[in-house]
Design a protein around this ligand. Sequence first.
Ligand code: NAP
Length: 289
Amino acid sequence: MFDNSTRYLILGKNGMLGKDLQVVFHDRDFVALGHDELEITDEEALKTAILNVQPDVIINTVAFKDVNKAESEEDKANQVNGYAVGKLAKICRDFGVTLVHISTDYVFDGRKKEGYSEEDLAEPINAYGRSKLLGEQLLIEAMEAEYKGDESENGKYFIIRTSYLFGKHGVNLLSKLLDNAKKGEKFKVINDQWACPTYTMDLAKQIKWILESNEYDSGIYHVVNSGKTNWYELAKTLLSDAGYDPELVYPCSITDWEASAARPQNSVLLNTKLPELRPWKEALIDYLG
Ligand SMILES: NC(=O)c1ccc[n+]([C@@H]2O[C@H](COP(=O)([O-])OP(=O)(O)OC[C@H]3O[C@@H](n4cnc5c(N)ncnc54)[C@H](OP(=O)(O)O)[C@@H]3O)[C@@H](O)[C@H]2O)c1
């Protein structure tokens, strides 16, 4: 049962989502830790932190997030996004702590035009996606494995997959686009890669709501703002809402984009379990405000 007496531990304190979680949980009992305070791959440090804080719920936003770098540093990506999540889940299960873990649309290959539900088969096409899927798998394994030889209940967990995050506290594609527009620079943006942009404030509020509604079972959930788009349409809407000339952006294809990692072309996440979040265009106005 989660309510305003629940104690939270937020991991990834200085990240884009981590910062908005601290805003949303400001009226709750929480401790937040950043990379300088806790290295997530250090199992002993993880255990010590959890023993010190004694949380009821851990929200893990930590990630090795550089999709291109993950191609050449797959082992590191697997350590942070995969194995550390498995260790974290084991500790949570041992201590009876609920784990909320953030995952990604990049676990899908992007070939399904209608988008992906929570039940669809995950088949990542890049190292980052593989490492995040590894984290999901190890988490579920730890939470659902037969426990200490008895029939005790599984651990409680929520895997929240989201996509195209934008927030006020981080460098992201939107903040880069605004910086370029301020300088009056033209730039090309992909117009044939589809997903659901998601505002980190809306995601943080939904995480709080999922927990405190006390209605949802352990499992995988897709949490995105409603409506799909591509980066080009998103960029044009952003510039126009922010009072810049939308013609500063011009379209290009994902096949023209030079990047070491392949990206899923259509990674629209279908939310079939939770109430919908508001449309991304509305969230964008708040982001700019
Ligand atoms: N951003 C997106 O578009 C997007 C889309 C889908 C899913 N997601 C997922 O959403 C979550 C939050 O994303 P975000 O954009 O808020 O990420 P972010 O801004 O990059 O924050 C992640 C935080 O993790 C920390 N971190 C990295 N390696 C660590 C380690 N080994 N030990 C401890 N801390 C470490 C980073 O600290 P340092 O910077 O100091 O290393 C950073 O503050 C992630 O799980 C990500 O995979 C993001």
